[in-house]
Ligand binder design. Structure first.
Ligand code: CXF
Ligand code: ZN
Length: 377
């Protein structure tokens, strides 16, 4: 058995900003107290991996093992771990759930305060389990680092899953699809018959549509600069489309207000641009309109809205990480809904490649050719 010993295996290492990942051998230390070592089965690529590969200034950090949408099997457990045994199928998550803090105990929050969300280059204790063959430390990413045959995770970042779900579907639930579906289901709590507007029809926007469709939304308006995305979007429940590049002298919000007789009940920003958040907020209905921010903008980006809107028009705006989902309970619910053929995960997987072709997955996503590309280890 490999338990208790360092493992030498292949990893795709981000060595320099903007450059292709380098597949090389690395050493993965055994799990420490409260940790597990996981053999990755497959991982998919999320746009955040691209964002952090391209980043030149902090929180950029190299060399680093990126990847955070994966599924794997427990290879060994550290001291004090009773939640998992060797052979368990698990999904690593960038959101932690200690189960004991005020946030974990509240059903209103998924922001664990014992192991807070951070873009840290380390595990929670400020150290790394990865070294290269020259002895240099390799950094972690989002407490997951899945672009490697083996990784080490804190148990607060691991959810056990039923091995009946195919791995190339399970991995999607670790980030993008759960974030979008969760935003509609948990953060917004979209009701049957309501109207929804989604800004940005990438994987996250389409996952919001899928969530809104499951919640029984009557009208789901997709907004994008690329009208070609509408055909794909129809399969995800989008019923109407606004091409934001050809609205004449009208603002997108004016068009949505006309389409919804006063504004959409729920608006979602899935791009990460402040002006689009403002447009989404302006598109939401007075009295009860709710705007949910999912997109990640540049650090320090500011939002502007009038106090009239907030006070007199009774609108609300909020954000959520991971769609407001609690990893250890809500991923199970999403798996059940996939198994019951309600949640459609298959349509998100547009490509699959072997680990040696991981850089092709990056090219496909950056080129707008893929939704989710599964990378098999
Ligand atoms: C994101 C969440 C928001 C900050 C950057 C990372 N997580 C996954 O893609
Ligand atoms: Zn992600």
């Amino acid at each position: 058995s490999t338990s208790g010993k360092p493992i030498r295996c292949r990893a795709a290492v981000a060595r320099k900003a903007g450059e292709p990942l380098v597949i090389e051998e690395v050493i993965v230390a055994p799990p420490q107290t409260g940790e597990v070592r996981v053999k990755i089965i497959c991982t998919s690529l999320c746009y955040s991996d691209v964002t952090f590969l391209n980043l030149k200034d902090p929180p950029a950090c190299f060399p680093r093992i990126l990847g955070h949408e994966a599924v794997g099997v427990i290879e060994s457990v550290g001291e004090g771990v009773s939640e998992f045994v060797e052979g368990d199928m698990v999904i690593p998550t960038f959101m932690s759930e200690c189960g004991e803090c005020t946030d974990c105990k509240s059903k209103k929050s998924n922001l664990c305060s014992k192991f807070p969300f951070q873009i840290s280059p380390w595990l929670h204790d400020g150290t790394s389990r990865f070294t290269d063959l020259k002895g240099e430390t390799i950094h972690h990413f989002l407490f997951v680092s899945s672009f490697t045959e083996y990784t080490v995770l804190h148990v607060a970042n691991v959810t056990k899953v039923d091995s009946a779900i195919p791995p190339n579907r399970a991995c999607l639930l670790a980030c993008g699809v759960s974030t979008g579906v969760g935003a509609a289901w948990k953060s917004a709590n979209v009701e049957a018959g309501s109207t929804v507007a989604i800004f940005g029809l990438g994987s996250i926007g389409l996952a919001v549509a899928e969530g809104a469709r499951l919640c029984g939304a009557a009208k789901i308006i997709g907004v994008d600069i690329n009208p070609e995305k509408f055909e794909t979007a129809k399969a995800f429940g989008v019923t109407d489309f606004v091409d934001s590049r050809s609205t004449g002298d009208k603002r997108v919000s004016q068009i949505i207000i006309e389409m919804t007789d006063g504004g959409a009940d729920y608006c979602f920003e899935c791009v990460g641009r402040a002006f689009l958040v403002e447009e989404a907020f302006a598109s939401s209905r007075k009295g009860w309109g709710k705007t949910i921010v999912l997109g990640v903008d540049q650090p320090g980006s500011q939002l502007k809205f009038t106090s009239f809107d907030v006070l007199h028009l009774g609108k609300t705006i909020s954000g959520s990480l991971f769609g407001g989902l609690k990893p250890k309970t809500d991923i199970q619910t999403l798996i059940k809904r996939y198994m019951d053929k309600e949640l459609e995960l298959d349509k998100f997987v547009t490509h699959e490649v072997g680990f040696e072709d991981i850089n092709k997955a990056f090219d496909l996503l950056i080129g707008g050719k893929s939704l989710r590309c599964v990378i098999w280890m």
